[in-house]
Structures are given as C-alpha cells and as structure tokens.
Design a protein around this ligand. Structure first.
Ligand code: URA
Length: 447
C-alpha cells in the first residue's frame, strides 16, 4: 500500500476531534503493522483516540483493517454449528474451562482461541497449561480436526490472526491507552471475527474486578462489540455479568482447573454454575442448534444442525455429562486428564476479621494478591506459576467466624506472601446480617 497519507496530519486530525477519511484508516493500520509508522506516532494517535473516540464508520473500518492484516479462518468444514465466547476478563473467571466442553456436549462446536493473562486478570491458556502435558499451540488443521471430532478446542491464537492487534495491544499496554471503548471493541472483535466462528457470545464483566467498572460503560462496550459482530456477519450477543466479587472460590491457575473439573463433574460453586449455564444457553440458541433451552430446564428438541441431541445445559452440567468431553479435549492436546495437578509448597491462611456474614470480597484485591503470589505476569514474556493463587473458604452470604481461616494464600515462593497480604488489606467485609442477594447475570444486548 502506498504512503498516501502523512501520519502527522492524521494524528493532528484525531487530536482535534475530526474523523479520518476511511482510506486513511486502512493506510494507518497497514503502515503500523508493517513498521512504516513508528511506535511513538501510533502511541500519539491512540492517545488521541482515547480522548476523541472514533465515529462508527471509522471504527468499522479500523476493525476491518485489523482483520485484513492477517488470515481469516474458515470453519465451514467442521460439520456442526460453531459458536465461541469471549470474556472481557475477570478474577477467578474459569468459565471457559467449563463452558467449552459443556456447549460441545450439547451438540455445538466451540473454537476458543484464547489469550494469556496480563495484570490482575488470569488467562485461560495459563490455567490450561497447569495440566501436565497440555499444549496451547495447535496448527490450524489440527484445530479443525479436533473441532469436528471432539467439538471443543481451547488453544492459542496463531501469529497470523489479526497481527495488527498483536502490535497495537502490546503498545496500548505500555502507553496507558487500553481503556478506550473503540480500541477494546476493535481489539476483541478483530480476533474473534478472524477466527471464523459463525456466532459469538460476549461476557461483558462489570464491577470492581473488571475493565468496565460502570454499568453505562459496560453497556456501551457491549453495544459497540455487538454492532461490529453484526456488521461482519457473525451472530453476536452480549451478556453483562457482575464482577464485584471473584467468581467461584479460587483465583490461580491449577486451583482454577481443579474447581472447573469439580464443576464439570456436577459439583462446583453456585455462582460459577449460574454464569456458565446462562452463557451456554445463549450460545446454543445463537448457534441455531435447537429451539430456546428454557430456563426451567425443559430439554429442547434435537435439531438437524447438530449431531448430538440438545439438552438444557443446566441438566447436562449437573449430570456430569460435559466431563467426558473435557477429558477428550484435554487428551487431544497432549494433556493427561488423570494427572494430579501441581500444588503449592506453602499455604498460609488469613482469618475472618469478625463473625457474621461475608458481605464483600473485593475482586480486584484478590486478583492482585494472586498475581503477586506468582499466578500472573507483569510483562508478556514472564513465566507464571501453576500453583500460586488464592482460595476463599466461604462464598458471599456465607457465615464466617472471627479468627477462623477464611483465605488461603498458595505459593512456592514465601517471599511473595507479604506483598500479597498487603493487597488484601480491607478486601473483606463481614456484616451482622446477610447481604441482599444480587443478580450475577444482567442485560442481554443483541444487534
Ligand atoms: N482484551 C483484548 O483482547 N483487547 C483489549 O483491548 C482488552 C481486552
């Protein structure tokens, strides 16, 4: 592509609140991806976007240019409907580990191309890599075969998928330009559209442990992403879910895998089951693999689109019928589903500060503590610990007793404990009365 535009003019235009000509958007994304626009110039442009935003046509074009920067997978040959889910990121969010085999067990193939964690939110690949032998990297052909045979894949997005986002995301991460609705929406949707799924459910987290702490921002992000999906021909629906408290009872890689397995075998914490089942129902409907699966759990009619009969996901999960799919999925990627998961050498407990009911456990504080114990990374190239993390022995609304252990800190490196404990200062609230129940699953946003 020829250098038809002067990047400094484009930066000035955006700085002054003007929209770019659409051809300039194509040029800018292509020139940056190929090193013809420097990091400092793109940093200035991104900061101008943080302040000035993008017009809807600019955003559509920016996203399309990011998709066009790499390959777009074709999953048409998989032989059953495909649907993926993306979460905007939370603490203790092991939903994908349960959801992918669950939806596959309901007859819909799930191609989940995931990322690694950065900062206080964990990454699905980091969690899966705590299973001995499991490999995240799959050639596209093997991914397609596994989708056709097992119906479930969790793997790393190849370098050829939306490479513009890879460069832009790394730059945004170090220039304070992550928090922008058009930049987040285009980053997420370019990867998901390029991956070739025919339908997509977005779990947009809102609350203290999420990127979006206000409901209005979360709704706007959801509407923006749903619009981008619809424009690209991907049936997309967003579900807003609360992330004020961490999900389940654990945050940390192997700890979360163990909890996911427990849930797949028919147990698991109530909040994790609630969010997973709500998302599974939307995924199955969007994939067109059966009529609506009722919240009451009435089995839906088997559909010609999927080879397996469609049952209500709540029933499938409770019966442990997604667990065999998990085992197949793990084994297909070299993992041993029977292997004992690694355990930390040091476990220190933190007592409940008072007797009463656990009313609040701050998601961000727990995420930061798990990260400091070694579960997360500060830079993309850092290694993560499989064993580090936090477990809380009571859920929100449960009774706790002063002085009894409430939190467990797991680590192989006891020198991390002091800073992890500091992150948890003030994170726990115990009240004399039980807290009012708050719904976890909120609005559904469709095109
Ligand atoms: N996740 C992404 O993939 N991109 C963002 O910009 C934010 C979260």
């Amino acid at each position: 592509m020829s250098a038809d535009f002067d990047v400094v003019d484009l930066i000035r235009a955006k700085r002054d609140g003007r929209s770019l000509p659409l051809a300039a958007v194509d040029w800018l994304v292509d020139a940056y991806t190929h090193g013809r626009v420097a990091d400092e110039q793109m940093s200035a442009y991104l900061m101008a976007v943080v302040w000035r935003g993008m017009s809807p046509p600019e955003l559509d074009r920016w996203t399309a240019a990011m998709i066009a920067s790499g390959e777009r997978l074709d999953l048409a040959g998989v032989g059953r409907p495909t649907v993926d889910k993306h979460s905007t990121g939370g603490v203790g969010d092991k939903v994908s580990l349960v959801l992918v085999p669950l939806v596959a067990a309901c007859g819909v193939a799930v191609p989940q191309l995931s990322g690694r964690g950065l900062g206080h939110t964990g990454g699905t690949l980091d969690k899966m890599e705590s299973i001995p032998g499991w490999r995240a990297d799959l050639p596209v052909e093997r991914m397609r075969r596994q989708l056709a045979e097992v119906g479930a894949v969790i793997c790393a997005a190849g370098a050829g998928l939306a490479p513009a986002d890879r460069r832009l995301y790394a730059l945004r991460d170090v220039t304070g330009t992550v928090e922008s609705i058009p930049l987040i929406a285009s980053s997420i949707m370019s990867k998901k559209i390029a991956e070739g799924t025919s339908a997509l459910v977005l779990d947009v987290k809102v609350g203290s442990g999420a990127f979006m702490t206000s409901l209005d921002d979360a709704r706007e992000l959801a509407r923006t992403m749903v619009g981008l999906g619809a424009a690209a021909g991907v049936r997309t629906e967003a579900v807003l879910t609360r992330m004020d408290h961490p999900l389940g009872r654990t945050a940390g890689n192997a700890l979360e895998v163990a909890e996911a397995v427990d849930t797949l075998r028919g147990g698991g914490p109530r909040d994790l089951v609630e969010v997973t089942v709500a998302l599974a129902r939307v995924m199955i409907q969007l994939a067109g693999a059966g009529r609506a699966v009722g919240a009451g759990g009435a089995p839906a009619a088997p559909d010609a689109g999927g080879p397996r009969a469609v049952r209500d996901p709540a029933e499938v999960l409770a019966a442990g019928d997604a667990y065999p799919v998990w085992r197949e999925m793990v084994a297909a990627q070299g993992g041993d589903p029977d292997a004992v998961l690694p355990r930390a050498t040091h476990i220190e407990t933190v007592p409940a500060p008072a007797s009463g009911y656990l009313a609040h456990l701050d998601a961000r504080a727990v995420g930061i503590a798990a990260w400091r114990l070694g579960a997360g990374r500060a830079r993309k190239e850092d290694a993560v610990s499989a064993t580090a993390g936090v477990r809380w022995r009571a859920g929100i609304g449960d009774r706790v007793t002063a002085g009894e252990p409430l939190l467990e800190m797991h680590t192989d490196d006891p020198t991390t404990l002091g800073r992890a404990l500091a992150a948890l200062a003030g994170a726990v609230t115990v009240t004399p009365q039980p807290p009012p129940p708050t719904p976890l699953v909120g609005d559904h946003i469709r095109a």
